[in-house]
Design a protein around this ligand. Structure first.
Ligand code: F6R
Length: 603
């Protein structure tokens, strides 16, 4: 999960490579670098640090060259050092390569190349690719043939871009199990890990599929099959997003901007055609068994889906974390695998889908990124249309995915006659009210939540509790806190507490409880009993609660009364704000927290 950008142009590159990797920094940011052709020589500028830090040290801007590639890294093979930063070059510096993915057979290839006299300057798997191309080129004298020959020897996953003074007008690129696209511009063409690499310049993209490579020049491009060498006719996809949407728009961080975009993102998702939802409902109804897949936040979304389908549609589905799916996968032609993914590129989810497809299962997905691998590989995709989510931490995408699974559960509930028409109308009205209710919370409670976050930012350990459908919400809220503040936050069902974890309760551990509205009856009462349990042991309990009679909390954020159906969404937004403001109180790198990348495209 690194970011690749490339430009080949009639005009000087100037800042375009710098901007490209800058906009891709959410994919990784421990080091970065550029390679460009100057007087038929490859010039490399790279170092450790963020794109801006490397720019200050090495100057990545104002480039007069017309062909160049760039990379921002999230280390997988080899430490974070200047030597391991990309681009990597061959012995004679005639081929410069940037790479996203993992080359599974790099050790064997490296040994072979060493025997042939190649000298390596880094610990990376990527560097062997430059040497392999060189090895083939010495034999055939043709860059494209050398490129293809080298790629055919690689096992594992790769998105690659390469330049060479032997082909000074071209960028070579390729994709296998890691995303890579071509941007088709005016008097310039681009390559990128995704369209953020070039969205300021063109919205027209050509999406490479696995096993394809591209040869890109100033005014043309061609895509070919790596296996046969045949030219492949590719459609141009127009990205529907505006570059402005990817900017901060006055907010101090993307995370806060994206939290505030939720009302609009929900409105958009409510307008997604019912037919789209109905198609997935057909698939669920036809399947003997449905598996909901996601990982990290999207696993919690999947778990939410399991609860909402059980609640509204009386349907039993299994939610599984994508990274674990392979160990329990019993899918066959009667199964449906429904995946959830913001990026549509997450390795574990892609691989689980691929595996299930091989076993004959039907597949569907809820995805945010148009043209992504998952969006294209499944039998049916619901594109959530939430707009770019730039902050590494997912907020609006996850909330909208939960909403879409709620719509799916409603559709199936009606078909299974679990939901009567009058109840259905009531539910629809509740969903329509959700954007306004999120707006009210953002307007009225942000200040209160901010003050609480600053007051409690010194607390190092949190328990996040929820019961029923509030349990996945508590898990997701705890993940938000962990990833953006680096504070330990553990989510669990309220009922779990007394089976061990109560031992941790003291004045240094705080508990956050998501309380349902009192109309939820027993669920509300049981949740409040968890609050009592913690309080009885002297613990501090912070509550998101709808009922002013919930007066046993040590501190309570009062939520405006709402319909049960949408009641889990509001404490989720509250918890996103709590995590965000705690992170700002602690001066964390909010949009790019440590050890996290937006799109985990490696195993
Ligand atoms: C957390 C977060 C991650 C992602 C996970 C799956 O805030 O963003 O846990 O949810 O890496 O990514 P996608 O949704 O792109 O498949």
């Amino acid at each position: 999960m690194c970011g690749i950008s490339g430009v080949v142009s009639f005009h000087p590159i100037d800042d375009r490579l710098y901007e490209g990797v800058h906009h891709l920094e959410y994919r990784g940011y421990d080091s970065c670098g550029v390679a460009f052709l100057e007087n038929r020589h490859i010039e490399i500028r790279k170092d450790i640090g963020t794109v801006d830090e490397v720019d200050t040290k090495r100057n990545l801007r104002h480039l007069a060259a017309h062909v160049g590639i760039a990379h921002t890294r999230w280390a997988t093979h080899g430490k974070v050092t200047r030597e391991n930063a990309h681009p990597h070059t061959s012995c004679g510096c005639e081929f410069a390569v940037v790479h996203n993915g993992i080359i599974a057979n790099y050790k064997e290839l490296r040994e072979e190349l060493k025997k042939k006299g190649h000298k390596f300057g880094s610990e990376t798997d990527t560097e062997i690719i430059a040497h392999l191309i060189e090895e083939h080129f010495v034999r055939c004298g043709d860059v494209e043939r050398a490129w293809v020959g080298a790629l055919r020897q690689l096992q594992g996953s790769f998105a690659l871009a390469m330049i060479s003074p032997h082909e000074p007008e071209h960028i070579f690129c390729a994709r296998h199990e890691s995303p890579l696209i071509i941007g088709v511009g005016a008097e310039s063409n681009y390559v990128g890990s995704d369209f953020n690499a070039f969205i300021d310049y063109t919205k027209n993209t050509v999406i490479l599929d696995d096993g394809e490579y591209g040869v890109v020049s100033k005014d043309s491009y061609s895509v070919k099959s790596l296996r046969s060498g045949d030219v492949i006719d590719k459609a141009v996809t127009v990205i529907p997003w505006d570059s402005e949407l990817s900017r901060k728009g006055g907010y101090p961080h993307y995370m806060l901007k994206e939290i505030h975009e939720q009302p609009q993102a929900v409105r958009t998702a409510l307008n997604i055609a019912s037919d789209d939802i109905a198609t997935v409902a057909d698939m669920v109804m036809a399947a003997k068994r449905t598996y909901l897949l996601g990982v990290g936040t999207t696993y919690y979304v999947a778990l939410y889906g399991q609860y909402i389908l059980a609640t509204l549609a009386d349907l039993d589905v299994s939610s599984v974390s994508s990274d674990e799916f392979r160990y329990i996968d019993k899918t066959d032609a009667s199964s449906l695998v429904l995946a959830v993914s913001q990026s549509g590129e997450t390795y574990d989810t892609v691989m689980s889908l691929r595996h299930a497809k091989e076993r004959g299962a039907k597949t569907a997905a809820v995805v945010n990124v148009v043209g992504s691998s998952i969006a294209r590989m499944v039998d049916h995709v619901i594109l959530q249309g939430s707009g770019p989510e730039v902050c590494v931490v997912s907020t609006k995408a996850a909330l909208v995915q939960m909403l879409l699974l709620t719509r799916l559960a409603l559709e199936i509930g009606v078909r299974r006659k679990v939901i009567k028409p009058a109840k259905h109308r009531e539910y629809e009205a509740a969903l329509t009210a959700l954007p306004g209710e999120i707006e009210t919370l953002l307007n009225e409670q942000s200040g209160i939540i901010r003050a609480a976050a600053y007051r409690h930012a010194h607390i190092q350990n949190w328990l996040f509790l929820g019961r029923g459908i509030y349990y996945p919400i508590a898990l997701e809220a705890a993940l938000k806190m962990k990833e953006v503040t680096y504070i330990h936050a553990e989510g669990m069902p309220g009922g779990f507490l007394k089976h061990g974890t109560l031992s941790l309760v003291d004045d240094k551990l705080y508990t956050l409880v998501m309380a349902p509205p009192p109309s939820c009856g027993e669920l509300h009462a049981m949740t409040m009993s968890s609050v009592e349990e913690v309080k009885a042991r002297g613990g501090f309990v912070f509550g998101f609660s709808y009922d002013e009679k919930d007066d046993i909390f040590s501190e309570r954020v009062a939520l405006a009364p709402t319909h049960e159906l949408i009641s889990p969404f509001l404490p989720l937004v509250g918890a996103q704000l709590l995590a965000y403001f705690t992170a700002t109180a602690l001066k964390r790198n909010v949009d790019k927290p440590r050890s996290l990348a937006k799109s985990v495209t490696v195993a």
